[in-house]
Write a protein that binds this ligand. Sequence first.
Ligand SMILES: [Zn+2]
Length: 115
Amino acid sequence: MNHWDYFKISARKAIERGNNDRRGTLVGCVGLSEGKIIQSKNISSMGTSPSAHAEVRTLKKRGNISVLYVSRIAKKDGNFSLAKPCKNCMTRIRAYRVKKVYYTISNSEYGVICL
Ligand SMILES: [Zn+2]
């Protein structure tokens, strides 16, 4: 699997919310932990807590996550856009000792944060 395969898995997770979410773009996250793939979607439209962000939800599901993939996908055309984790999520990501975070920028570009 390459990076885009993981972005696609996290995007698929994100769009599960479908029409229950009024926002135009949805965020999903995949974490790799000892060979297992952990998935979460953003549910922040259901509340204002930063704990609702996909990254934090993924980290809470299982320990020892070494790599995170975060993708933001547009509902109308399926295009990827910037999914760089927010400041709150970065604080948690560091606390959980994640080593690398990959995030979508566009359909052809992604960014990586090495911690
Ligand atoms: Zn966040």
